[in-house]
Design a protein around this ligand. Structure first.
Ligand code: DC
Length: 226
């Protein structure tokens, strides 16, 4: 008997291990992994390229800056990437100081979040149509806003010092505490552990331990749904 299609939401602060955890789970359970942080980063890059470097400049622009952005999905293995006009930016182009400096501020603009909402919801269908056993999506508001009806909702946390060490080990400078503050204090879809989600503190856990913990929850869920 075929297993039921499953949707998993993984939220958490900057460098909480969301993407690495989701990537590993996607490979283990044949899920499509969607990193929504990359969506905000891709939109931020596209705005920066058009000379828009702040929410104020975004509001002051005469044209609807988002209306002409054509979104698509490119799948590589278990990873889905968002394209704009058929192009997926290179990882280095969206994960650098220039984008880190503005992405949280752009992500707080309600029009930007509204623009990505339907696209992000549509990824469940993309996963199903491409033969995956489910969708695992990570971000800040997946279990609260995008898929409040997900089969599993996980919220990852770790203390700031541990997260800064992880980023430093990757050779990336990042203002973790200040991005978290901006993401948690915005009015639209703030970063928060939604009611009913499972909170996992990974300060003293390694990646494998977190992946194993969630794997047990996925197996239990699949058993209940079968
Ligand atoms: O996960 P990340 O650090 O790559 O995300 C980049 C920024 O995008 C983050 O500072 C907040 C924003 N973001 C968001 O507001 N909502 C999401 N679902 C994912 C990311």
């Amino acid at each position: 008997m075929a297993l039921p299609f499953i949707v998993i939401a993984v939220d958490g602060g900057a460098a909480s291990g969301k993407s690495s955890t989701s990537r590993a789970l996607a490979a283990r359970f044949n899920l499509l992994h969607v990193d929504t942080g990359a969506h905000y980063r891709t939109v931020a890059l596209s705005l920066l390229k058009r000379g828009i470097d702040s929410p104020e400049a975004f509001e002051a622009a005469e044209n609807d800056l988002l209306a002409h952005l054509e979104l698509g999905t490119q799948i590589d293995g278990h990873e889905a990437a968002m394209s704009i006009s058929g192009e997926v930016p290179a990882s280095e182009a969206i994960r650098n100081d220039a984008v880190n400096a503005v992405v949280s501020r752009f992500a707080a603009i309600p029009a930007v979040r509204k623009f990505l909402f339907d696209y992000q919801r549509s990824q469940a269908k993309v996963a199903e149509e491409n033969g995956f056993a489910g969708l695992i999506m990570d971000g800040r508001d997946i279990g609260s806003v995008i898929f409040p009806d997900a089969d599993l909702r996980i919220f990852l946390t770790a203390d700031v010092a541990a997260r800064e060490r992880r980023r430093a080990a990757e050779g990336i400078g990042d203002s973790i505490a200040s991005r978290d503050k901006l993401d948690a204090s915005r009015k639209t879809a703030p970063l928060a552990c939604p009611e009913g989600a499972t909170l996992i503190d990974s300060t003293f856990l390694n990646l494998e331990q977190v992946v194993d913990k969630i794997s047990d929850m996925i197996r239990e869920k699949l058993g209940q749904k079968a």
